[in-house]
Design a protein around this ligand. Structure first.
Ligand code: NAD
Length: 552
């Protein structure tokens, strides 16, 4: 294997033609595990993103996973329970190599306090969705989603363009760090507040953030200049959003768009209250978690009140999937849910057609493999405006982190067609190595989350978690290489269940069969989920693409 250095000295990016495991499928999953650490936020503690989202339960579990992936045969399946390997069973060569269940707790017990207790005892870990399932690709993972949201708002409110518009947001972590680049790609002037100078610096270094302002006055003057010139610009500001947002309200400045992507879902390990420095908050995580929780919630109340004030003043305000409204409502902000969730407000029509965050990673480590697949995308889908626009933008703007990867929102049929063509390119050696296909858990049939993905479903089925469970069982039966069922941990405990999947295009006929079954069935279920909830777009997709939905 030819490893490349990453930002973290001890966690190089995998790559090269040499196999260490007994086959490419096993090697691929091992490289994906290595990759999530190479691009993670705090790999020394196995943390990848979303405050506490971990790649494995602990270092002992990590070593055992690596050893098993190196030694296992193709007709075996590794069982992982919340980041810890617990068994290696005999299956068959068409079965998944890895099956995981991460952070699932029984209903009445699925609460943050119980999670923290279980975590302390070493019995569970939060897999942060794509962290524990080794599918995280750095901040690029949500960038197209964020960009599409901005463009939907541009169409709805600003005549199709965000040129000369001001976006205010917070959070420059693993996922939130995509916001400055998405804002700049949408041609806006975007101000991103983060309490941690290191996070701002990291986004600056990897090219996601243009500059870091000295203070709020400086930041606002930079933004004002960019707005007046109609210039795309991203500005970072080190500060606490619970102070900065109210300060901007007090100055009677109203941004055009306001959101937030701090780790508000986790009041202990994520959000930092304005009453504490970062160092104090970190100490309190172990010493006084309950006090920290109370102070975080009080700050979130001020933070969300400012967001509501911006909304009343005419800004387009939305929740970006971090439970900030839920935390504020529990803190007494009765109208917190006047702020809409991004899924329902902007993206649901796409999910109805199972168009969602599909992604692939070049296991060779070669950027040229992604470039070739970019060309293929343009050749295969010349009339798909979302895809053609995105590929051009992504090529120009997105620096690679870790294994070269691409995200592109593709739908039913498109995902399978692309994956199979790529498998053929692997077989003909036009690509330098196999390619892993995966997607975010926030995908059509894959997630039940009544405060994010499934909020306001047409038939009221918001809280029903059968869909991701069916998805996972179906994907296991559809020959996927890795399947995971995942529920919320930390502050997300009791809020969500999701399913993740990875399939390796290894250039073999069996790989082709796996991609065909797994990718087709995954999006089939996505369309069915929305058709069953009564969405016209999904029913139209059923009719147009002959989706096998049984309608009663
Ligand atoms: P992260 O933990 O890597 O980063 C969170 C950032 O918030 C950190 O940089 C932290 O310093 C900053 N922060 C915390 N409190 C702050 C405060 N009061 N003021 C300013 N900055 C503060 O998390 P992440 O991976 O970036 O995810 C952020 C949130 O978005 C999480 O709640 C996550 O679950 C959610 N999320 C949403 C989507 C989506 O599709 N919309 C996808 C992934 C994650």
């Amino acid at each position: 294997m030819n490893a490349r250095p990453s930002r973290h000295a001890n966690f190089p990016v995998p790559g090269g033609p040499t196999l260490r495991a007994k086959g490419w499928r096993q090697e691929a999953l091992l490289r994906l595990l290595e990759n999530v650490l190479s691009v993670g936020e705090d790999p020394d503690n196995l943390i990848v993103y979303a405050a506490l989202g971990k790649a494995a339960r602990n270092w002992k579990a990590h070593a055992a996973i690596v050893k098993t992936l190196l030694e296992m045969d193709e007709d075996q399946t590794l069982l992982i329970q919340s980041g810890k390997p617990v068994g290696l069973v005999k299956t068959h060569a068409k079965a998944p190599l890895v099956i995981m269940a991460n952070c699932n707790m029984v209903g009445q017990w699925a609460k943050a306090e119980v999670f923290y207790e279980l975590q302390k005892k070493g019995l569970i870990c939060w897999g942060g969705l794509t962290a524990g399932a080794w599918q995280y690709i750095g901040s690029q993972g949500v960038i197209q989603g964020t960009y599409e949201i901005f463009m939907r708002i541009a169409e709805k409110r600003f005549g199709g363009s965000l040129k000369g518009r001001f976006i205010l947001t917070a959070g420059l972590g693993g996922m939130g760090g995509a916001q400055p680049l998405a804002g700049r790609m949408a041609e806006a002037a975007i101000l991103c507040v983060d309490v941690d100078p290191d996070r701002a610096q990291k986004r600056r270094e990897i090219g996601y953030l243009d500059m870091i302002a000295d203070n709020l006055d400086h930041a606002l003057s930079l933004i004002d200049g960019a707005v007046k010139e109609g210039k795309a610009l991203s500005v970072g500001l080190v500060g606490n959003a619970a102070e900065i947002y109210p300060d901007i309200v007090a100055r009677r400045i109203t941004p055009d768009i306001v959101t937030d992507q701090t780790s508000a879902h986790d009041l202990v390990y994520g959000y930092v209250p304005k009453t504490r420095t970062l160092a104090e908050a970190r100490r309190m995580r172990e010493e006084a978690p309950e006090q920290l929780m109370a102070e975080s919630r009080a700050s979130i109340v001020d933070h969300v009140k400012a967001m509501l004030a911006f909304q009343k003043a005419g800004a387009e305000v939305f929740d970006n999937g971090n439970l900030i409204r839920t935390q504020a409502r529990e803190g007494g902000v009765a109208d917190a849910f006047d702020i809409p969730i991004f899924t329902e407000a902007y993206l649901r029509p796409l999910f109805c057609r199972a168009i969602g965050p599909y992604r692939w990673m070049a296991l060779s480590g070669e950027e040229s493999d992604i470039a070739r697949i970019d060309d293929l995308l343009l050749e295969m889908f010349p009339d798909n405006r979302i895809v053609t626009n995105w590929v051009k933008l992504a090529r120009e703007n997105i620096p690679f982190e870790g294994l070269p990867a691409r995200i592109a929102w593709l739908g039913h049929g498109e995902r399978t067609a692309l994956a199979r063509r790529v498998n053929a390119l692997v077989a003909s050696r036009e690509l330098k190595g196999p390619v892993a296909f995966s997607r975010d858990h926030l995908d059509a049939g894959a997630m039940a989350h009544p405060n994010i993905m499934t909020e306001g479903m047409k038939d009221g089925s918001d809280a029903i978690a059968d869909w991701p469970l069916i998805d996972a069982m179906m994907l296991s039966a559809s020959m996927a290489d890795l399947v995971v069922v995942h529920s919320g941990g930390g502050g997300y405990s009791g809020y969500m269940t999701s399913c993740g999947v990875t399939v390796i295009a290894d250039g073999t006929p069996e790989g082709d069969e796996r991609l065909d079954h797994a990718m087709t069935n995954d999006t089939t279920l996505g369309v069915i989920r929305y058709a069953d909830a009564g969405y016209e777009e999904a029913l139209d997709e059923v009719a147009k693409k002959d989706v096998p939905y049984i309608r009663l």
